[in-house]
Design a protein around this ligand. Structure first.
Ligand SMILES: Cc1cc2nc3c(=O)[nH]c(=O)nc-3n(C[C@H](O)[C@H](O)[C@H](O)COP(=O)(O)OP(=O)(O)OC[C@H]3O[C@@H](n4cnc5c(N)ncnc54)[C@H](O)[C@@H]3O)c2cc1C
Length: 190
C-alpha cells in the first residue's frame, strides 16, 4: 500500500489507497466501536474484541515498515486514523500509539537481528507493548527519573518504579527509560 522507505525518509501513499483505508476505519468505528464505547469506558472494561479487530486491520503495524510486515503508512495518514478514532473513543488509541512508539524505537535504533526478530511480531499484534517513561516522581521532567540500570556481565539489572504505563497490564514488551549513571551532569547524559 504505502512505499517502504528508510525511517528517515518521508513516506508517501496514493490518495485513493488512503481514502480506502479511512473508509475501512470509519466503517469499523461506526459498526464496532461507537456501540460499545460507553459500556467499556464507564465499566473500565478492556476492549478485547476491538483489540483483536485492530490487529486484523493491521493497526499494530500501521507505521512499521512493510519489509517487517507493517503497513508502512506515512505519519500523516496515521495521524488521520488516530484523530478519527479518538473523536469517538480516545482511550483505545493509546493501545496502538504507545505500542508503535516502542516499535519505532526498535526500527530506528535496533540491530538488524532485533528488527527481524521483533518487528513482525509487533506488526501483527502477536506481541504488544509500549513506552515506560513516567515515574511517581517524574512526569514532564524525565531527566528526574530514578530508575537505574546497572551492568552485570551481559545483562542489566534494573531497579526502579514506573507508573501510568499504557498497556502495562496487557502488554508484553516495553521500551524502558533508565539511567545508567544517576550522578551524571548534565542529567540527560546518564
Ligand atoms: C491516560 C494516560 C496514559 C499515559 N500513558 C503513559 C505511558 O504509556 N507511558 C508513560 O511513560 N507515561 C504515560 N503517562 C504519563 C504521562 O506521560 C505523564 O502524566 C506526563 O508526562 C505528565 O507528567 P505528570 O502527570 O507527572 O505531570 P507533571 O509533570 O507534574 O506536570 C503537571 C503540569 O505542569 C506542567 N509543567 C510541568 N513542567 C513544566 C515546566 N517546566 N514549564 C511549564 N509547565 C510545566 C505540565 O504541562 C502539566 O500541565 C500517561 C498518562 C495518562 C494520563
Amino acid at each position: 500500500m504505502a512505499s517502504a522507505v528508510n525511517m528517515n525518509q518521508i513516506r508517501t501513499i496514493d490518495p485513493d489507497d488512503e481514502r480506502a483505508f479511512m473508509d475501512a476505519i470509519e466503517k469499523w468505528v461506526e459498526g464496532e466501536v461507537k456501540p460499545v464505547v460507553m459500556e467499556h469506558d464507564h465499566g473500565d472494561i478492556w476492549p478485547e474484541k476491538l483489540v483483536a479487530q485492530m490487529a486484523e486491520m493491521g493497526l499494530f503495524g500501521a507505521t512499521i515498515g512493510e519489509e517487517y510486515g507493517g503497513l508502512g503508512l506515512p505519519a500523516t495518514t496515521y495521524a488521520k486514523i488516530i484523530a478519527y478514532v479518538s473523536s469517538y473513543w480516545m482511550a483505545i488509541t493509546g493501545i496502538v500509539n504507545s505500542h508503535l512508539i516502542m516499535a519505532a524505537a526498535v526500527e530506528r535504533f535496533g540491530t538488524e537481528e532485533q528488527k527481524s526478530k521483533w518487528l513482525p511480531k509487533f506488526a501483527s499484534g502477536e506481541i504488544r507493548g509500549g513506552l515506560a517513561l513516567t515515574e511517581p516522581n517524574a512526569g514532564t521532567d524525565l531527566q528526574a527519573i530514578r530508575t537505574v540500570a546497572t551492568r552485570d556481565g551481559d545483562d542489566y539489572v534494573i531497579n526502579g518504579t514506573k507508573t501510568w504505563i499504557s498497556n502495562g497490564i496487557k502488554g508484553e514488551c516495553f521500551a524502558l527509560l533508565v539511567k545508567t549513571n544517576p550522578k551524571a551532569e548534565p542529567r540527560y547524559q546518564a
